[in-house]
Design a protein around this ligand. Structure first.
Ligand SMILES: [Zn+2]
Length: 481
């Protein structure tokens, strides 16, 4: 089956970077792109009219935790009254003896919603960072049946966060960490390449402060043996920065560099707190040089950090040093378009300059940066031979007005809601704004019901034992009639 997408602004790829082709054409056959450029004279089975639209490679969302958005209200809620509400460390950690609340999150509800909301906003490749709600098999099947391209694997770590009273502690269990790594390796063997190659496996050691050095070294070795990508949350909060410095005499990035953890096909989630970040005041060494020379990818999720009042310092400084940056959403909305705008604006604020945070640079991060993280040259771009992972964005909308440069228009004015067609591996999953395989109304009903169930359960696990409206006060008093 051969499909022609005709007209519109096509984001092509010239072998080195993206280029814009006005009134262009893209042809794909089965799962591969056949033609990108001017008019196509061959025969086709199907045509998509893209006049006035943007035809782009699908985005690569490199950091997402699939779940209902219920936990977000206690997880990074800015009204929450204690320190741990700022996600410096707590992560919905339960009090000792209680089950963590996510245990109940279902693959077909939270799992499906997390992936679908990202896909619907234009992400054709998604990295669920080890969350896998509902369990490995059920979640993999949800992703596979949905049609998305996904890099999955169960997270593993040597320590869990637990509350003792109002104090968070690290419950260390090295054996548990190593056993988790072996489960992750088994996942690679069982599932890598499933669903026609759309489901790929990778390793997700949890967080820098929850993994022993031995576990990180073992994960590095296993990732190399298996040839799979790996991503770790690291340099992600100020407390972690000082904790690692205290325990090891090295910054988080310095420690990872010194044990050989950093390298190609490896991503660091967030990677905000390098030694020259203004909150760190640690003038020894040069963490950005360590990142640049290792080939590691920094996975940037600026919106969540902006919510916490924290900026990467900065997108432009990393980029200028030759560090590859990819985009993730981490939290809701799982909208890479929205995230690109935050990346651009937070960079300008961090650098005090309107000449940085260029739309082309954040668009590169959302496409080519993600492909670099995964070690792939067939996604994140539209070129003959690349995977047919394509989105069409409707620019004929009031908020765009006159369009002179579609990339600037998208980053500065657009939203994932403007994505009207999503094609993954040659399969059309969203067509003219309508899901072809998903009952969105039923999914949203289920998400609301599951959210209410999870909120109701807050006193069962929260250290304070209080109900959600006391843990996270509502914006206004709620009047019950
Ligand atoms: Zn994360």
């Amino acid at each position: 089956m051969r499909t022609l997408i005709q007209g519109g602004w096509v984001v092509g790829y010239d072998g080195k970077g993206h280029e814009l082709i006005p009134n262009g054409a893209v042809v794909f056959e089965n799962d591969r792109v056949l033609h990108v450029g001017g008019p196509f004279s061959g025969t086709v089975d199907r045509r998509i009219d893209a006049r006035g639209k943007l035809v782009s490679p699908g985005f690569i969302n490199c950091h997402l935790h699939a779940a209902t958005n219920a936990a977000q209200t206690v997880f990074i809620e800015t009204l929450k009254q204690d320190y741990f509400g700022n996600n410096f460390i707590g992560y919905v950690a339960p009090r000792r003896g209680a089950q963590p609340p996510r245990v109940g999150d279902r693959a077909d509800v939270g799992g499906a919603y997390g992936l679908w909301s990202a896909l619907r906003a234009g992400a054709t490749t998604i990295l669920d960072v080890g969350t896998m709600p509902g369990g490995v098999e059920a979640f993999t099947n949800v992703a596979g049946e949905m049609g998305v391209r996904a890099y999955l694997g169960p997270a593993f770590r040597s320590a869990a966060y637990v509350f003792e009273g109002s104090r968070v502690v690290w419950d260390w269990d090295e054996k548990q960490g190593m056993a988790g790594l072996e489960r992750a390796v088994k996942y690679v063997k069982d599932y890598d390449g499933a669903y026609d190659g759309r489901i790929r496996a990778m390793l997700y050691p949890g967080q820098m402060d929850t993994c022993t050095v031995e576990l990180l070294k073992a994960a590095r070795q296993r990732a190399d043996e298996l040839g799979v990508p790996m991503q770790l949350h690291a340099a992600m909060n100020q407390r972690e920065f000082y904790m690692i410095l205290d325990q090891h005499g090295q910054t988080p990035i310095e420690l990872l560099h010194s044990i050989g953890f950093l390298g190609p096909k490896t991503g660091l989630g967030h990677c905000v707190f390098h030694n020259n970040h203004s909150w760190c005041h640690y003038a020894y060494g040069d963490d950005l040089a360590r990142l640049a020379d290792s080939g590691v990818t920094v996975v940037h999720a600026p919106y969540k950090y902006a919510k916490m009042g924290i900026a990467l310092e900065s997108f432009e400084r990393y980029r200028a040093r030759g560090i590859t940056i990819a985009m993730g959403t981490d939290t809701y909305p799982q909208d890479v378009v929205h995230e690109m705008r935050w990346a651009a604006l937070m960079c300008r604020v961090a650098d005090g300059s309107f000449r940085v945070g260029r739309p082309r640079d954040v668009f590169d991060a959302a496409t080519l940066g993600g492909a670099h993280h995964l070690g792939r040259d067939d996604i994140g771009r539209l070129a003959p031979g690349a995977k047919a992972d394509i989105i069409v964005v409707d620019l004929l909308k009031v908020h765009y007005g006159a369009v002179h440069d579609p990339i600037k228009s998208l980053v500065e004015l657009g939203s994932g809601n403007d994505v009207e067609t999503v094609i993954v591996d040659g399969q059309t999953l969203v067509e003219n704004g309508k899901a072809t395989r998903m009952d969105e109304a039923a999914l949203l009903n289920a998400v609301q019901a599951e959210g209410e169930r999870l909120w109701h359960a807050v006193p069962e696990w929260h250290w304070s034992g209080k109900p959600i409206d006391e843990v996270v006060p509502p914006s206004y008093p709620i009047r019950i009639k």
